[in-house]
Ligand binder design. Structure first.
Ligand code: HEM
Length: 483
C-alpha cells in the first residue's frame, strides 16, 4: 500500500502506518525525550564489505518509531525513560564508503556536497528567483574545531535518561563498545556530550536561560492534542504533513522513509549575551520614563521571555504557560515583537504572506523539526565570555536547501528580511567574516506607533564550531545491506 505523506494528525497505532513506523527511525516525528546523549561521529575505512557489515551490526541497536511509541507507553506507566534510544545517520562520504549503487543514495544537493563545501551554489531565493548562492550560511571554516574538519562518515545518537551518574556511565560504556566494534574497520572521530538543562519549573532551557523546544511542527494526534490543551491553535496551526520531514528512502522498499539531518555545534557566549542585553536595556531606558530591564531586552532578541511567553502577546513576564497559539497579524510593523527577533525570523507566522503576498503553504513548508540538545558547562552566569557551552543544533527536514539553508540564509542571515531595514537575527544571524552588521532598530515603547526607535547592534553571541549534513535512512535499508 502506498503512503500518503500529505497526511497529518497521525495515530501511532494506525495499522495503515505499522510497516512504515517499524521501518522509520525514531526521534523524527516525535523527540526521544531522553536527558543525556552522546553524538558519536565515526569514520569508516576502505573495506566496503567490512563497512557494510558494521553498519548492519549497528542497525540492530537503532530504535524505530514503532519501538519509540511502545517505550513511551511504558514510560507513561513507569514514569522514566530507561530504554536506550539510538539513531544512526550517514553523510555522503559514508554512503560512498558503503560501495552501494548510486541510485540508492539520497539526492539532496546540500547532503551530497557536505557542509564543508563552501563553493557549492544553492537556490536560496524566495519565489523561485533562481539566484544560486555559494556559502549561504556564511560559515568560516577557520573557526571550526579540527575534529569537524575531517570527513565524518556518519553519526550515532545514543540517549538515556535516569540518574545522572548511572546514565553517564552507561553512555561511556556504550561509546567504548562502539569504539571496540569499529576496531580494524574505522574509528570514532569525535564524541559530543549533550544534556538537557531545566529551569526551576523543570522546563527545558538553553544556555541563555530561555525555555526552548516550545514551537515545533507536530505530526501526531497525541502531540496535537497536547498542544490543544496548552493553549489551542486558533491563531497558529502547529500541525504538519509527514512530507515536511519524511522522504522516500531510495535504498529501501516501498514502506521505507528517512529524513535529512543538519548538525551544527553552536557555542554560546552567555556572559556576552547578557552584557549586550544590559547595554541595550540602558540604551532603551535613556530619557525614558521607566527603566527597561535586561530581561526585557533579551526577550526583544528572542521574541519570547525566558519563561516562554511570546513578547508579541505581553510586554512583561510572569506568565508561565508555554503558549504557542499566536501570530503577528496585529503586529505587522513589529512594534511588539521586533521583525528581527529570533522566533520571528525563523517562523514569520504570516509575515511573508502580508509582505510578499506569497502563499501561506510556502512559508509553512520552510519549517524544520528541531531536536538539538545543550552541551557543556551548566553555569548560568559564567565569569568568562565564550565558555565551553552551547547548543548541539540538530534539525530534521525533507529538504536541507529549501528548509534549513533557506531559513538560515534568507531569513536569519539576511539584513533585508522582512524588509530593507530589519537587520540580522540577533541570536544566530551571521555575515561573512569580513562584513560588519548594520545595527537593528529597537522600540522604546511596546506596541506604540509613536515610540522612539533606537539603533543598536546585537549579533555575534553564537559561534559555529563545526557540523555536517546527514541522511537518516530507513531500517529496511540498514538491515538489508549486502554483507
Ligand atoms: C545557540 C543557538 C540557538 C539558540 C540559543 C536558540 C534559541 C531558541 C529559543 C529560546 C527559541 C524559542 C523557544 C521555542 O520556540 O522553542 C527558539 C525557537 C526557534 N529556533 Fe532557535 N536557537 C538557536 C539556533 C537556531 C538555529 C540555527 C535555527 C535555524 C536556523 C533555529 C530555529 C528556530 C526555530 C524554527 C524556532 C521556533 C520558532 C517558532 O516556531 O516560533 N534556532 N530558538
Amino acid at each position: 500500500m502506498s503512503v500518503n505523506l500529505n497526511q497529518t494528525n497521525i495515530d501511532l497505532d494506525d495499522p495503515n502506518f505499522r510497516s512504515v513506523f517499524a521501518n522509520l527511525q525514531g526521534n523524527i516525528l516525535k523527540g526521544h525525550g531522553r536527558d543525556y546523549a552522546r553524538h558519536v561521529f565515526f569514520c569508516l575505512g576502505s573495506d566496503e564489505v567490512a563497512n557494510r557489515q558494521w553498519i548492519w551490526q549497528m542497525s540492530e541497536k537503532v530504535t524505530s518509531m514503532l519501538e519509540q511509541g511502545q517505550q513511551h507507553q511504558a514510560f507513561k506507566l513507569q514514569g522514566k525513560h530507561d530504554h536506550l534510544f539510538v539513531n544512526l545517520m550517514l553523510s555522503a562520504s559514508g554512503y560512498r564508503k558503503l560501495g552501494i549503487l548510486r541510485e540508492q543514495w539520497p539526492d539532496d544537493p546540500a547532503f551530497l556536497a557536505g557542509m564543508k563545501d563552501l563553493d557549492q551554489r544553492y537556490d536560496t531565493s524566495p519565489r523561485g528567483d533562481h539566484k544560486p548562492t555559494a556559502n549561504p550560511l556564511n560559515d568560516d571554516l577557520s573557526q571550526w574545531e579540527s575534529d569537524f574538519s575531517q570527513d565524518l562518515d556518519g553519526m550515532l545518537i545514543l540517549a538515556l535518561s535516569g540518574p545522572l551518574a548511572e546514565a553517564e556511565k552507561a553512555l561511556t560504556d556504550l561509546v567504548a563498545e562502539v569504539a571496540q566494534s569499529l576496531d580494524g574497520i574505522g574509528h570514532i572521530a569525535v564524541v559530543q556530550h549533550g544534556h538537557v538543562m531545566r529551569n526551576d519549573k523543570q522546563q527545558v532551557i538553553e544556555h541563555f536561560g530561555f525555555v526552548d523546544g516550545v514551537s515545533n511542527p507536530k505530526f501526531l494526534f497525541s502531540e496535537l492534542t497536547e498542544e490543544y490543551r496548552n493553549g489551542g491553535y486558533s491563531n497558529n496551526d502547529p500541525s504538519a504533513p509527514l512530507n515536511l520531514v519524511m522522504v522516500p528512502d531510495p535504498g529501501g522498499d516501498h514502506a521505507s522513509f528517512g529524513t535529512y539531518v543538519v548538525y551544527r555545534k553552536l557555542q554560546q557566549n552567555i556572559k556576552g549575551f547578557w552584557q549586550r542585553a544590559d547595554m541595550l536595556a540602558n540604551t532603551l531606558s535613556e530619557n525614558a520614563d521607566r527603566k527597561i530591564s535586561a530581561e526585557y531586552a533579551g526577550a526583544l532578541c528572542v521574541g519570547r521571555f525566558q519563561d516562554g511567553t511570546p513578547i508579541s502577546e505581553q510586554s512583561g513576564d510572569g506568565w508561565t504557560n508555554l503558549f504557542n497559539n499566536f501570530n503577528f497579524d496585529d503586529d505587522a510593523e513589529g512594534l511588539k515583537c521586533p521583525l528581527h527577533a529570533h522566533v520571528r525570523k525563523t517562523n514569520p507566522r504570516g509575515d511573508t504572506v502580508r509582505q510578499f503576498n506569497s502563499p501561506p503553504t510556502i512559508e509553512r513548508s520552510r519549517r524544520i523539526v528541531r531536536r538539538g540538545i545543550s552541551f557543556g558547562e551548566t553555569e548560568r552566569h559564567p565569569a568568562q565570555e565564550w565558555t565551553e557551552a552551547g547548543l548541539l543544533f540538530l534539525s530534521f527536514q525533507a529538504s536541507i536547501v529549501d528548509q534549513f539553508i533557506f531559513m538560515q540564509h534568507t531569513w536569519c542571515n539576511s539584513e533585508k528580511f522582512l524588509h530593507e531595514d530589519v537587520g540580522l537575527d540577533p541570536l544566530v544571524g551571521q555575515l561573512k567574516a569580513t562584513e560588519v552588521p548594520k545595527p537593528q532598530s529597537w522600540s522604546k515603547g511596546w506596541g506604540s506607533p509613536t515610540a522612539e526607535q533606537v539603533s543598536f547592534s546585537f549579533s555575534g553571541v553564537v559561534r559555529m564550531k563545526g557540523g555536517e549534513y546527514f541522511f537518516m535512512p530507513s531500517l529496511h535499508f540498514l538491515k538489508n545491506l549486502p554483507v
